[in-house]
Design a protein around this ligand. Structure first.
Ligand SMILES: *Cc1c(COP(=O)(O)O)cnc(C)c1O
Length: 410
């Protein structure tokens, strides 16, 4: 978002005119940022066999999936429904990775029916899979290397208490199950959670995977998951992608030589690709002065963007209606009957009732985690690319709320 002649714009389109045309609350995505992030990650790695699978749980709108497919990406999915959305968006089954967690074997059978790459994260399901398919359907396994990503247990999946992955300490057991069922393991996977700051943490995980790879002779790829940290506030640190690309990329090529085959190196970023591209525009309904603070109450809440309340995530806020106003301190809160605070003590250009505020970095886990709580409608979504803005999801209405309900009287 840039300020041009006193007007905020996204990719050359005035944000206030978007809010006028489509109403608020409104999600707007800048496709140029998604493209920039994709290219940055691809260019950071020297490897010729490199694939990025977009972890679509971050933002699943089908127009976004198509845009990312056209960049050349694969798709990373965590449910059969995401698999189906991916197929609908035009991804080839072989380009879809399905990494479920704690699902029933029936859902995995469905995924086999669709022909997608399956990634299994526990020994019990792997055993059942082996009984059903033997070596006729290759499968990837998710290893938990128990490296700790970041300090936040809510978003880390690599710690010892995590429910994700097959523990590296179970490698012998895993080998036994694979051998006795004649299972063909074509990939090894790790995803240790969000917010890895340090390239060396990734490298430690990679070394553990390289070591484990000696037990599997049919590998075609290795998937190092995601965890690329994104800047939410101005003083946030981020993963040094270029340093990681250089170090891990070179180490991976050495490993391929030892292994004796050119494998594909894969990553599954969600946040990294789409977080910065997204903006949530909200309208100020009321300015409410209490004894302790000034609240700006807006026409949105935890039903549309739950990250501040769920993860204590910081989302930068800007008043786009009054770019030159004097700065004052506000607590920006939602209209849901919960304490749904978007931000305490934010310095904003003076806010008047009716002003449009924007929550930045709302592309990942924004709309995709939204709900109808308080029977509110979910917002519309707009995608901007090369000066053009297109509606990619209409706002909900009362019929949508009632669509699945049966009106029964006793
Ligand atoms: C959520 C998830 C990702 C993406 O994580 P981000 O932090 O959004 O990059 C990647 N892989 C798997 C298996 C996931 O569950």
């Amino acid at each position: 978002m840039e300020l041009n002649n006193g007007q905020y714009e996204i990719g050359g389109v005035s944000v206030l005119s978007l809010c006028k045309e489509y109403g608020t609350p409104l999600y707007v995505y800048d496709a140029a940022i998604i493209e920039r992030q994709y290219n940055r990650l691809m260019n950071a790695f020297p490897n010729k066999n490199m694939k990025i699978s977009y972890a679509c749980k971050a933002l699943t709108n089908i127009s976004i999936l198509k845009f990312i497919k056209n960049l050349g990406a694969n798709l990373d999915t965590v449910s059969i429904q995401e698999v189906q959305l991916g197929l609908k968006a035009g991804f080839a089954p072989k380009d879809i990775m399905y990494t479920p967690n704690c699902v029933n074997i029936d859902e995995i059978n469905k995924a086999v029916g669709f022909g997608v790459q399956i990634n299994i994260d526990n020994i019990s399901i792997l055993e059942q899979f082996g009984h059903l398919y033997g070596n006729t359907y290759p499968v990837c396994v998710r290893i938990n290397p128990h490296i700790m990503a970041g300090g936040n247990k809510k978003i880390s999946t690599g710690h010892i208490d995590s429910k994700f992955g097959i523990s590296i300490y179970q490698l012998r057991h895993l080998e036994r199950v694979v051998a006795s069922n004649n299972i063909r393991i074509n990939g090894l996977h790790m995803h240790t959670g969000s917010d890895i700051l340090d390239a060396d943490v990734f490298l430690r995980g990679a070394e553990i995977l390289f070591e484990a790879a000696r037990s599997f002779k049919d590998l075609e790829f290795m998937d190092f998951g995601s965890g690329f940290k994104v800047k939410y506030s101005a003083d946030d640190n981020t993963t040094n992608i270029e340093e990681l690309g250089e170090k891990l990329g070179i180490r991976f090529e050495e490993f391929c030589k030892e292994y004796g085959r050119d494998l594909t190196i894969m990553f599954e970023p969600g946040k990294f690709l789409v977080s910065e591209s997204g903006y949530l525009f909200v309208r100020t309904n009321v300015i409410k002065q209490t004894t302790s603070t000034v609240f700006a109450g807006v026409d949105s809440g935890q039903n549309h963007l739950i990250r501040p309340m769920m993860y204590d995530a910081y989302h930068h806020i800007t008043n786009v209606s009054n770019p030159n106003g004097i700065q004052r301190i506000y607590s920006v809160v939602g209209y849901i009957c919960e304490t749904d605070t978007f931000g305490w003590d934010r310095k904003l250009n003076e806010v008047h009732e009716g002003d449009i505020l924007v929550l930045h970095n709302a592309g990942a886990y924004g709309y995709s985690m939204s709900s109808n709580y308080n029977s509110r409608y979910r917002p519309a979504e707009v995608l901007v690319y090369k000066g053009l803005a297109k509606l990619i999801r209409r706002r909900e209405n009362l019929e949508d709320l009632l669509a699945t309900q049966l009106d029964v009287e006793f």
